[in-house]
Design a protein. Sequence first.
Length: 201
Amino acid sequence: MNRSRAVRSRASRLFACVAASMLSLLLVPMTAFASTQISVEGTSYDKAASGHGSGGGTWEWDGADAFGMTDYVGGRITANGALDITLTGENVIDYDASRDGGNTALVTGYDEGGTLTVEGDGSLTVNATASEGDVLYGVYSFGDLAVENTSVEVNVASDGDETSAVGTASSGATRIDESSVSVSAQGPGGSMGMTANEGFE
């Protein structure tokens, strides 16, 4: 198999993998609810909580859909429902899938659906790396993804032999409003900057 055919094959596998995962969600009726559980750097919470990032800064969750980050520097964040993230200062999520498990640096709605909203006067940088696995994501919303009046940078890079890289993905629509969004995705198995099952608004 020549190199160009191998690249096309890897790209086809990436598209098929992402499309299949999103299509499967369309077949399951889902009502969106605020998050009832979140996880920050591997610690789970099922009621209002706050804490510090391992590299500095703070985070605060109201027990529903409001999540604040102030100069947060730390690891993976997940939520089982809708989440509205308000940014203050410069925030960084550094995620190594090979070390931390999973395949996404920031993921929401995996149980309840709902919109992931990122907004605020601050900024967010998401760095995701992996040395193995099928697909590595920077940001994944199982509902819509909305970026409003803020600045977001997503960097996804994998050196796994067959690992594909996706910057942002949403099972619903993705909307960017008055925001600066920069996405970089690099993976030997193929790469995709941004994808949205219901398109971009």
